[in-house]
Design a protein around this ligand. Structure first.
Ligand SMILES: [Fe+2]
Length: 228
C-alpha cells in the first residue's frame, strides 16, 4: 500500500512536470510604479490597458515567433532589433513593440520625481540643439508630424551627436531597417492607445504634458552608457 502510494506520487509528480509548459522566452515586467502614479498626465485606465493589454499582446505574439526563429531565445532584445532585416513583420512589429514599451515605462516617473538632465547631457543638448527647450520643441514636432501610429525619439547617433527622429508603427532607431539609427535616450509613444482616453485627438497636448513625466535619471543613465 505504502509502495503503491509512493508510486502514485512519483507518477503524479512526473505527470505534473511533464505538463508544465516551457517558460516563455519573453515576459511582461510589472510597471515600475503603480498604474495611477502618472496621473494627472496619463490616467490610470490608459496605463492599465496600455501595459496589461497592448504590451502583453506584443510579448505574447513575439513568443509565438520563437519556434520560427529559435535564435530569438538566445539573443538580447537589442541584438534582435539590430538584425531585424532577417525576420518577418511579426517579429518586427511585436519585437519592436516589446522593446519600445519596456523602455517607455522606464523613461517615465511620477510627475516631479524625474530629476533633471545631467551636466553632461545638458551640455550635449546645448551643443546639438542650442537649448533644452529647442530640443523639446523639435521632439514635440516629431511627435506631432508622425503620420498615423509611431514613436518620437531622442537618440545618440554613430557620430555621438544627439538627434531627434520618429519611426512608424513599432519600429525603433536600433533596427537595421530604419532610416535614422542610433541609441535611444528618450521615447514617446504616439499611438492613439497611449493617450486617446484622456486627450482624444489632441496629440500635441499629450506630448507637451508628457515632459512632466520624463525620468531624467534613466535618460542620464542611458546617455552615460551610450557615450562610454
Ligand atoms: Fe503603446
Amino acid at each position: 500500500m505504502i509502495l503503491k502510494t509512493a508510486k502514485s506520487l512519483l507518477l503524479a509528480t512526473l505527470f505534473t512536470v511533464g505538463a508544465v509548459a516551457v517558460a516563455d522566452t519573453f515576459t511582461l515586467e510589472p510597471l515600475p510604479y503603480p498604474a495611477d502614479a502618472l496621473a494627472p498626465v496619463i490616467d490610470k485606465e490608459t496605463m492599465q490597458i496600455h501595459h496589461g493589454k497592448h504590451h502583453q499582446a506584443y510579448v505574447n505574439n513575439l513568443n509565438g515567433q520563437v519556434d520560427t526563429f529559435p535564435e530569438l531565445a538566445q539573443l538580447p532584445l537589442e541584438a534582435i532589433m539590430s538584425r531585424m532585416s532577417r525576420y518577418n513583420d511579426a517579429v518586427r512589429n511585436n519585437g519592436g513593440g516589446h522593446y519600445n514599451h519596456q523602455l517607455f515605462w522606464q523613461l517615465m516617473a511620477p510627475p516631479g520625481q524625474g530629476d533633471a538632465p545631467s551636466a553632461e547631457l545638458q551640455a550635449a543638448i546645448k551643443r546639438d540643439f542650442g537649448s533644452l527647450v529647442a530640443m523639446q520643441n523639435a521632439f514635440n514636432q516629431a511627435a506631432a508630424t508622425r503620420f498615423g501610429s509611431g514613436w518620437a525619439w531622442l537618440i545618440l547617433d554613430a557620430d555621438n551627436k544627439l538627434v531627434v527622429s520618429s519611426t512608424a508603427n513599432q519600429d525603433n532607431p536600433l533596427m537595421d531597417v530604419v532610416e535614422i539609427r542610433g541609441t535611444p535616450l528618450l521615447a514617446l509613444d504616439v499611438w492613439e492607445h497611449a493617450y486617446y482616453l484622456q486627450y482624444q485627438n489632441k496629440r500635441g497636448d499629450y506630448a507637451s504634458a508628457w515632459w512632466q513625466l520624463v525620468n531624467w535619471q534613466k535618460v542620464n543613465e542611458l546617455y552615460r552608457s551610450a557615450t562610454n
